[in-house]
Design a protein around this ligand. Structure first.
Ligand SMILES: NC(=O)c1ccc[n+]([C@@H]2O[C@H](COP(=O)([O-])OP(=O)(O)OC[C@H]3O[C@@H](n4cnc5c(N)ncnc54)[C@H](O)[C@@H]3O)[C@@H](O)[C@H]2O)c1
Length: 400
């Protein structure tokens, strides 16, 4: 029998809107029944627009409402823990947006709360659920790229849309906690979530805005098998929202572009209108890169479908609070490395993946009894073989 769920949506801001659009747009059987916002007028307006029966400014009342069995958290980062604690106490399923915590200690307490209460929990990391990413992860898992060596993930835009993001205390950091969390989980998904992140090296700085938090960051994440993750984030990128990933393997490569080039390019002369093009687009004239269906392109549709299907089948979803905790632990190490300028270990008090992982080793090919390093077809039609002499260690080449 098909199950349906009643949802309490916490937050009527940008993400509350995207989540509600998704839930009421596709899999209509799961409905938002209660909307919580700080401001009653906003809550009521949101409820009217999305046909939600109850609007409230009382957090506990929203979470405990009898008509819902699931709480979706779309509140600023500093409010996630309180909301998770109340939802776990209410015995409800809880789905929390990214980042799970402002740091690993907060995330670990949230993980403990849901596990102790025995409630279903999901980490709403939409960017590993984009249709492209799901297919790319599947291809990697099927061996299409051989061994994954290096994953690069980039999220940059001109800066967030609400004051709290810019306040280090409320957000837990700047661009790295806000967007690096997406990149880190994308990297883990391609390297393999079973492979332990071991240490990080990171640069972070405040280059543009009058804030304490960083508006730029670049991090390297070394995994137990030698694979390297790389993230780059900026709150000062001009030209929209740039979401790109690259996966390099011994047998292949994947390039993904999620937002600025989705196959939809439009030119329009300046007109007397203020048109919405796509999230964080900076202009509505000239050459534009609109996004057909943002909630779809950004993974929200597949994310909620997978979460609710997993819950209905009594299984863990692809992204759980444990994943959110690992992401926070990696970012904690990044913040430390940015200060110390050293490689810093990722402190994972709770590691549930593989131990004793071997270093990546691609099989070597033979060339006339030697170890082939490179074979290349040259412009003059010859083929060059570069190889290492197995006896002497000398590197030589032959042209054929
Ligand atoms: N792709 C994504 O997954 C994605 C995208 C955007 C935001 N987020 C996350 O969603 C959460 C909310 O972000 P947003 O963009 O919707 O923010 P927002 O500022 O647009 O909305 C925040 C909501 O929380 C409420 N709120 C703000 N401060 C509050 C306070 N002190 N007390 C009670 N309520 C308060 C606001 O009234 C609003 O309803 C953050 O954790 C953010 O990281 C995720």
């Amino acid at each position: 029998m098909t199950k349906s769920h009643g949802i309490t949506m916490l937050g009527s801001g940008l993400i509350g809107l995207f989540y509600t659009m998704t839930l009421h747009g596709q899999r209509k059987r799961d409905q938002v029944k209660v909307i919580y916002s700080r401001d009653q007028a906003r809550a009521q307006k949101f409820a009217k627009e999305w046909d939600i029966p109850k609007a409230t400014t009382d957090l506990a009342q929203a979470i405990n409402a009898a008509q819902t069995d699931c709480v979706v958290i779309g509140l600023p980062n500093h409010l996630h823990e309180e909301a998770v604690t109340l939802a776990a106490q209410a015995g409800k399923a809880v789905l929390c947006t990214k980042p799970l915590g402002r740091n690993a200690a907060e995330a670990q307490r949230m993980l403990a709360a849901v596990e102790k209460a025995g409630v279903f929990h999901g980490y709403l990391e939409d960017l590993v659920y984009t249709p492209k990413t799901l297919k790319a992860i599947q291809a990697v898992q099927q061996g299409a790229l051989g061994e994954v060596l290096w994953v690069r993930s980039r999220e940059t835009h001109p800066g967030p849309h609400s004051a709290w993001f810019w306040d280090e205390q409320q957000a837990g950091g700047g661009a790295m906690i806000d967007m690096g969390c997406h990149c880190v989980e994308i990297v883990r998904s391609f390297v393999g979530k079973n492979i332990k992140p071991v240490e990080v090296m990171c640069w972070a700085d405040t280059l543009v805005h009058p804030i304490e938090a960083e508006d730029h960051g670049i991090g390297l994440i070394k995994f137990a098998n030698g694979a390297m993750g790389q993230f780059e984030v900026s709150w000062a990128f001009r030209g929209g929202m740039d979401l790109r990933d690259e996966v390099a393997g011994t047998q292949g490569t994947i390039w993904l572009n999620h937002f600025l080039r989705t196959g939809f390019e439009m030119f329009t002369l300046p007109q007397k209108r203020e048109g919405y093009v796509a999230e964080k687009a900076e202009t509505d004239s000239g050459w534009l890169f609109p996004v057909g269906d943002e909630v779809h392109e950004l993974g929200y549709v597949h994310m909620f479908a997978e979460m609710f299907e997993a819950w209905d089948k009594n299984q863990a979803p692809m992204e759980s609070f444990y994943d959110g905790y690992v992401v926070n632990a990696i970012l904690d190490a990044c913040y430390k490395s940015a200060r110390t300028k050293l490689w810093e270990p990722v402190q994972l008090e709770d590691w549930r993946g593989a131990t004793n992982v071997e270093k990546i080793k691609a099989p070597t090919q033979e060339y006339q009894g030697h170890a082939l390093i490179k074979r290349e077809r040259m412009p003059d039609g010859t083929t060059k073989y570069i190889f290492k002499d197995k006896k002497t260690g000398e590197i030589r080449s032959e042209v054929k």
